[in-house]
Write a protein that binds this ligand. Structure first.
Ligand code: ZN
Length: 299
């Protein structure tokens, strides 16, 4: 017992020394401590503003675009999760595409033709870039679909890089045997008064006649939902009032073996359409409209 007080004193002494050591250790750490927060000011990305006309949304900030839905389960469809078990691939058209040589190199386009890997897309007159809109809209749609239980994948994982090329935009959907591929774009027509959305379908799909027919059915569902639910009119300049544009030169669609359509959500060069496309509230409405169309299509 007599040794206990001594030990106790010793422990207290050691504790005191330890405290000093820790303090001095911390005190000796300034370079480390100073280093730790250093990356923050040296990392401009979080503070870096989006393009001036862009309205960031939470989905733009942290899209986790390629991760499968954390809420997706293999459980049977239910009222609350009507798209459970469905796999949907969304293609946010273009990308920032700063590597001109890369995006200009020729790739197969289908039909034995070739075309450039990609392009930089269009923009509003206030320079809100199409790739940024496509990215924001794709993520809004992905969130809506995941909320309904679908597994959703995107064809690109960020809005900063280059590509993928148009000849591989359908690859992920094909590999996953997805229920459908939806490519999101916006148009850039300078024609006076040209506004409204249209849907492009391919007349030359790798999936053949049945997939082309299914794609037209999907396009019909989207065409019905968008004006009604998102208030965007049918194109005044493409499709002669049908808002449908059958084409054979769209590689993204031509290589698809699953139902696939390309949305031109509006004309970025039109002031009314540009105001919609720039609005995160409108993008949410458009996402709901498209998700409703997809739900109707998938039955
Ligand atoms: Zn485009």
């Amino acid at each position: 017992m007599t040794s206990i007080p001594f030990r106790s004193r010793l422990l207290r002494t050691c504790a005191g020394l330890l405290a000093v050591a820790l303090l001095s250790g911390c005190a000796s750490l300034p370079p480390v401590v100073a280093d730790a927060p250093a990356p923050a000011p040296s990392m401009p990305t979080p503070a870096s503003p989006p393009p001036p006309s862009s309205t960031p949304t939470p989905s733009e900030a942290s899209p986790s675009p390629t991760a499968p839905s954390p809420t997706a389960t293999p459980s049977a469809p239910s009222e609350a999760r009507p798209l459970a078990g469905r796999v949907i691939v969304i293609d946010p058209g273009h990308n920032r595409n700063t590597n001109g040589r890369f995006i200009r190199h020729k790739v197969p386009a289908g039909n034995g033709k070739t075309k450039p890997c990609n392009s930089t897309g269009t923009a509003t007159n206030a320079n809100y870039a199409e790739h940024a809109y496509n990215w924001a809209q794709a993520n809004a749609l992905a969130a809506e679909l995941r909320g309904r239980g679908a597994t959703v994948r995107l064809t690109r994982s960020d809005d900063r890089g280059n590509g993928p090329c148009v000849n591989t935009r359908a690859s992920l959907a094909n590999e996953l045997a997805a229920d459908l591929l939806l490519s999101i774009h916006a148009d850039g027509s300078y024609r006076k008064g040209a506004r409204g959305f249209h849907v492009i379908v391919s007349t030359s799909m790798a999936g053949g006649d049945r997939i082309e027919q299914e794609s037209r059915r999907l396009a019909g569902a989207l065409r019905a939902a968008l004006p009604k639910e998102a208030g965007v009119p049918r194109s005044t300049y493409i499709g002669k009032g049908t808002a449908m544009s059958p084409r054979s030169d769209i590689a993204t669609l031509n290589f698809a073996k699953v139902p696939a359509v390309m949305m031109e959500m509006g004309n970025m060069r039109n002031a009314k359409d540009a105001a919609l496309l720039r609005s995160s509230a409108w993008r949410a409405r458009a996402a709901t409209a498209m998700a409703d169309a997809i739900s109707a299509y998938l039955g």
